[in-house]
Write a protein that binds this ligand. Structure first.
Ligand SMILES: *Cc1c(COP(=O)(O)O)cnc(C)c1O
Length: 388
């Protein structure tokens, strides 16, 4: 009796270090079935393409609710191939939010087009449709809503702007596997969507992987050709492509994890609700809220605090893994200096970049761990509030 009580108290008082994301716990859940299939693959030596890849593509297309899923090498390639497949190239402009992972912009640059950055909305830090409308020019061909942090971007509003200006919507769904809004599931809302299965995403492989999703059979065909040396039939090369394919080793992991994705996303939603409760009255902590009608999959749980760097250091000192997504808005990175943007041009993204803080979030986060995070965070932000 005393022992049981003690054990409970100990866990509650000190859950130990809290990792930003507990990937080992995810692997442990799927290890047995993955290892059995990997063993078969070593024997049959089926590594590129093959039944596991085809099965995953079918299952993921069905899960998202689109006709075609084409597995590719990674998420950055997925965006690039999606852009090339809809005909974007040199001289074209592509509108994207300035608060995203740099890969969204890199893909635009790699097809020879020019990234045109727009600000985000203060409430959700997602691409702002009004800013998109204002940024459209004669040369705009595509707009990329990024479903950031596990939320669905306001695609309905963007679709109506796109229709008015004859633009193509290409979704960046790398952070939103399983998310949806009133309009439907993220990844099924534009002409074509790109996603990433980088290990840390909600649906992650055991290495690099990605996919392109679409209902457009012609686009699907071009993506598949481009990713396989421009050929449909071996050694018949109809266009200059490259090499970007999903392999069997990754497809096996993805199939096992896809079966658990809804459960894992539900755990993330429960964890987000618990954080919201624990942090409701924490001084100086602005907690994230989901867009109305959204089923958020909480890829990241991003709060905003004053003196963010001091708070981040304090969390690290207490063994809590926190991070920043993203510390520098894209227009202020060295990579995009040459585009000629100025500081002050995207006030919301710029102001939030010094305040955002991603707390530990994963399907396997325990309530004891969350209580610990909230307690340390509250101490750190109260100290700041007291000093001012
Ligand atoms: C991860 C990510 C990508 C790129 O995916 P990779 O598989 O790492 O190439 C693109 N966009 C966003 C928003 C991402 O989070």
């Amino acid at each position: 009796m005393t022992d049981t009580l003690r054990a409970t108290e100990d866990t509650a008082a000190d859950p130990g270090p809290v990792p930003f994301l507990d990937l080992a716990a995810q692997q442990a859940e799927v290890a047995d079935e993955v290892l059995a299939t990997w063993q078969q693959q070593l024997v049959t030596a089926s590594f590129i393409g093959g039944v596991e890849v085809a099965a995953f593509e079918r299952e993921y297309a069905e899960y998202i609710g689109v006709e075609h899923c084409i597995g590719v090498g990674n998420g950055t390639d997925a965006i690039e191939l999606a852009l090339r497949a809809v005909g974007v190239g040199r001289g074209d402009e592509v509108i994207l939010p300035v608060n995203t992972f740099i890969a969204t912009a890199e893909a635009v640059s790699r097809v020879g087009a020019t990234p045109v950055f727009v600000d985000v909305d203060d409430e959700h830090l997602l691409i702002d449709p009004r800013a998109v409308d204002a940024a459209v020019s004669e040369r705009t061909r595509v707009v990329i809503p990024v479903h950031l942090y596990g939320q669905t971007a306001p695609v309905e509003a963007i679709e109506s702007i796109a229709r008015r200006h004859d633009l193509i919507v290409v979704e960046d769904a790398a952070q939103s596997q399983g998310a949806s809004s009133a309009a439907g599931r993220a990844g099924a809302l534009g002409r074509v969507a790109a996603t990433s299965f980088y290990p840390g995403k909600n649906l992650g492989a055991a290495g690099d992987a990605g996919a392109v999703l679409t209902n457009d059979a012609a686009v699907a065909g071009v993506v598949r050709e481009l990713g396989s040396h421009g050929s449909r039939v071996k050694y018949v090369h109809d266009r200059v492509g490259g090499n970007s394919r999903l392999d069997s080793v990754q497809a096996t992991v993805l199939r096992a994890k896809l079966r658990r994705l809804d459960g894992w996303n539900a755990n993330r939603r429960a964890a987000a609700a618990r954080y919201a409760e624990l942090l409701a009255d924490a001084p100086g902590v602005r907690i994230p809220v989901s867009r109305p009608g959204n089923t958020d999959v909480w890829h990241l749980y991003v709060v905003r605090v004053d003196e963010r760097d001091r708070v981040l250091d304090g969390l690290a000192a207490a063994g809590i893994g926190a991070a920043i997504h993203y510390p520098v808005p894209l227009h202020l990175t060295g990579a995009y200096r040459d585009l000629g943007y100025r500081e002050g041009q995207f006030p919301i993204a710029e102001a939030s970049s010094s305040r955002i803080l991603s707390l530990p979030m994963s399907p396997h986060l325990s309530s004891a761990q969350q209580e610990r995070v909230a307690e340390v965070l509250r101490d750190l932000t109260s100290a700041g509030a007291a000093a001012t």
